[in-house]
Design a protein around this ligand. Sequence first.
Ligand code: LLP
Length: 430
Amino acid sequence: PRNVTKNAQGVLTVAGVEVTKLAEEFGTPAYVVDEDDFRARCREFRDAFEGWKVYYAAKAFLCGAVVRWVDEEGLYLDVCTGGELAAALRAGFPTERIKLHGNNKSVAELTRAIDVGVGRIVIDSYDEIDRLCKVAADRGVRASVLVRVKVGVEAHTHEYIATAHEDQKFGFSLAGGEAADVIARVLDEPALELKGLHSHIGSQIFDTQAFEVAARRVIGLHAEVRAKHGVTLPELCLGGGFGIAYTTKDDPAPPAQLATELAAIVEHECRAFGVQVPTMSIEPGRAIAGPAVFTLYEVGTVKVVELDAGASRTYVAVDGGMSDNIRPALYDADYSCTLASRRSDAPPVLSRVVGKHCEAGDIVVKDEFLPGDVRAGDLLAVPATGAYCRSMASNYNHVPRPPVVAVRDGAARLIVRRETEEDLLRLDVW
Ligand code: LLP
């Protein structure tokens, strides 16, 4: 996060609060969010993408406080399940600014969305058209929908988080006319009001070129709809997926640059297809939440493992792991980390930070140079854990999920409490 520095004693401070104090008060592991940083990232997207609707993708990191921040900073909200919708509703997010995603929404989810009046529902299957028509007709309302299009782009990212190539579950294929067919059907349904098209090509993407190809194809379809049906769809969403820096190897574009590039692409493609630029939207999750959070761990033990040829590797075990950050195990994701509780002049050694789970793949940071005297009781901070860490956390090995602590202006407050042993056992039927 931005408001993080190390003081003369080598103690990491966030918004003026020392992490040693945070560890004392809230325990470890803990997710620590720099509230001003999170809010500033919301505003940067909002201001850079002037005239566009910016939906925060709740799946990246969601809790009541975050929903309120997103609301206060004037963003829209993208949810993709009934559970995410429930969190948004509980926090009082204005429903007309909510968009509901999901490739397999249930009747219950659609019904709730209609009943509370969410602003947009993104259609992702033929079954959903039938379901939604029935729900909307039963209620006597017209549902405002977007159609999710699979544009056939191979985004350069991990296979599991790429979503626009043909062989995956999301959206209707452009190739072979599936998307065009769905659009014709939706236009024909009195219970549905087609607001526009939607494309999301994947996540942790750095090259704007992938967005360019996606924009060209989806705007091409938009133009086709006008030519064929005489309907000018008012909106177009390009999805999320903007990459962030996890280690120094990554070099993301700031929102202002992204906005300039995407606006130029959209204008160019609209001109080429002879259509007006629709109301545009995006759905960043990671780029807002990711960099604003770090995870604070305490070291429990250090083990030096001899490798071949006289080499060795230092394993630094912390009090969390794959239950609070599954990303290294799931996507081979890289993180960095720093000694956060003291200064050390010991020469750095190549270390692997691991968790406390019963798997060898329970890695937090694969390779990091840490001072050679790191020992039990030290605090380590792993930056950029705001997106898809807490939201994908599990209770593997019956480990309680860590709390989320928000720090702002020299004060820390709990926004999600730590799970207790009681929480872990409460679903068992004894
Ligand atoms: N819009 C849609 C339709 C999405 O499916 C997603 C992410 C987003 C927006 C937000 O993407 P973002 O800006 O956060 O990249 N668990 C994976 C990421 C999965 C992303 C799923 N969809 C990870 O940890 O990398």
